[in-house]
Design a protein around this ligand. Structure first.
Ligand code: KIV
Ligand code: ZN
Length: 540
């Protein structure tokens, strides 16, 4: 790629850095569904995972490379620490994609060098060219990151970057790993790199940042003004600790304020050409999919994708918006794909109508999945008069969580009320269809359901989050339940929707349990926290 692509490249790391959020782990089908949606959204690069972490991570990156990366599709990228074995695993995983990238990194701040890597600056200067050259011998598209760049000595950073570019890196990424920097400092860092690295014109400058001080998006926008042309971000801003810079905020910031940003791209102030290639109408759907599958609930007041982002509660505002929406609205909700939730289907709708609507919504299901979706649709239509797009999305996103299901929920029965002890009876089936039933009393119906489920699986879990929200408006709306439970210090999430919130809670709990059992015993390395091993960086 040329140094300045003339617009901002969007590098989505939801499936790598986003998935590093506690409890956000995704199975292969879920990762694939998100990657497919990211491709529809129009991101330039999908960082699909850290292939060396585990066999599961490797397999997911490889499947995404096979099925999502096309000649015209996004670049499929994998992360690798600066070690031969990481880089080789990354290459093997991304290689099915015609457009593939290896993203390798090493820390450059003194604090990381001393306490994490236990290496001198001179050693780092030896490792960088070795590893970038090795990666470049495998693929053409190499990204190199200086971990904790924002807290690194700029002079040392310049040296490292120059070497990485000379060794074949086409993208240089500057992470604010701990979310420490401020907008003007970060802008100055990017400007300094542009001024002081002699071969900087041969690479695209990228930024990556965490939101510990709530400044990630502001930092990135300042970086763009100073020449950054790739932004590494996640849907809904999910990621470790306070998360990563949010894709939807960056894209909409550049879209809504393009007259402000255009001159930084050497364009005419009124140039209508978009500053990113993202299809903004896909933003809402992508946000919901990621939230449903990761169990990371979006706060109602979250910019762009929060439930209240386009709601005008106060009477004065409503009056103003009705007279002219520009009085209190800077984004038309339709720009981000928030439709009026139009009623689409009902009890009498047939299979082909359901398929056609799902296709319009971007879900291209195979025969088997369509059969299942249709059965669920019919079941819902018996209980709910009008089925909306949101209902259909809830049905499909739930299905994606099921393929590896070890436990299947067969029956939920609860009795509760002001004079009754909340009691739940649950029947679960295993993969062979063998059923087992248990009853439990709890402090409320959901507690009783969770206790009955724990009794069935013979283990107790700590329920640490339980949230319900309605999918649509109206008395017969489906309730969406998200559950997070903890076992042995690890978090697992589950999500489900049903017109009966207790049934949704039971199914969400079962989904979390299925995730738990499929993860049990599997160890996955953390790219930044786990040691590289006794002989981490063999020279070549
Ligand atoms: O935050 C960070 O520094 C990272 C790098 C691995 C790019 O995620
Ligand atoms: Zn990060």
């Amino acid at each position: 790629m040329a140094k300045d692509p003339g617009r901002v490249l969007i590098f989505d790391t939801t499936l790598r850095d986003g998935e590093q959020s506690p409890g956000a782990s995704l199975n292969l089908e879920e990762k694939l569904a998100i990657a497919q949606q990211l491709a529809r959204l129009g991101v330039d690069v999908i960082e699909a995972g850290f292939p060396f972490a585990s066999q599961g991570d490797f397999a997911a990156v490889q499947r995404i490379a096979q099925q999502v990366g096309g000649e015209e599709g996004p670049v499929i990228c994998g992360l690798a620490r600066a070690s031969r074995s990481d880089i080789k695993a990354c290459f093997d995983a991304v290689s099915p994609a015609p457009r593939r990238r290896i993203h390798t990194f090493i820390a450059t701040s003194d604090i990381h060098l001393e306490h994490k890597l236990r290496k001198s600056r001179a050693e780092v200067l030896g490792i960088v060219p070795d590893m970038v050259c090795y990666a470049r011998s495998l693929v053409d598209d190499i990204e190199f990151s200086c971990e904790d760049a924002a807290r690194s000595d700029p002079e040392f950073l310049y040296e490292v970057i120059e070497l990485a570019i000379a060794s074949g890196a086409g993208t240089i990424n500057i992470p604010d790993t701990v979310g420490y920097t401020t907008p003007s400092e970060f802008g100055e860092l990017i400007a300094g790199i542009n001024r002081n690295v002699s071969n900087i014109d041969e690479a695209i400058l990228s930024v990556h940042g965490h939101n510990d001080l709530g400044l990630a998006v502001a930092n990135f926008l300042e970086a763009v003004k100073n020449g950054a042309r790739q932004l590494e971000c996640t849907i809904n801003g999910i990621g470790e600790r306070a998360g990563n810079a949010a894709l939807e905020e960056l894209v909409m910031g550049l879209h809504v304020r393009r007259r402000y940003f255009n001159p930084f791209f050497g364009r005419d102030i009124d140039s209508p050409t978009p500053l990113t290639a993202v299809r903004t109408e896909e933003i809402t759907k992508t946000s919901r999919l990621v939230s449903n599958l990761t169990g990371m609930v979006v706060q109602p007041n979250k910019a762009i994708v929060g439930a209240n982002a386009f709601a005008h509660e106060s009477g004065i505002h409503q009056d103003g918006v009705l007279k002219n929406r520009l009085t209190y609205e800077i984004v038309d909700a339709r720009t981000v794909g928030l439709t009026d939730n139009r009623i689409s289907l009902g009890k009498l709708s047939g299979r082909s109508a359901v398929r056609a609507r799902l296709e319009e919504l971007g879900y291209d299901l195979n025969r088997e999945d369509l059969n299942e979706a249709f059965a669920r649709f019919k079941d819902l239509a018996d209980r709910k008069r009008d089925i909306t797009d949101r209902d259909l999305e809830a049905i499909v996103s739930e299905q994606v969580q099921q393929p590896e299901a070890r436990f299947l929920l067969r029956l939920v029965q609860v009795s509760c009320g002001s004079t009754l002890k909340p009691t739940a009876t649950i029947t679960l089936a295993d993969q062979d269809g063998k059923e087992d039933t248990s009853s439990a009393v709890g402090t409320g119906p959901v507690d009783a359901v969770c206790r009955a489920l724990d009794a069935l699986i013979g283990e107790s879990n700590e329920l640490i989050e339980f949230s319900v929200k309605s999918v649509t408006e109206g008395i017969d709306a489906m309730g969406e339940v998200t559950i997070r439970l903890r076992r042995n210090g690890k978090l697992y999430s589950g999500h489900s929707a049903d017109t009966d919130v207790v049934v949704a809670a039971a199914q969400a709990y079962v989904n979390a349990l299925n995730r738990l059992v499929s993860n049990e015993g599997s160890t996955s390395l953390h790219p930044q926290l786990d040691a590289i091993g006794p002989d981490p960086l063999p020279r070549i």
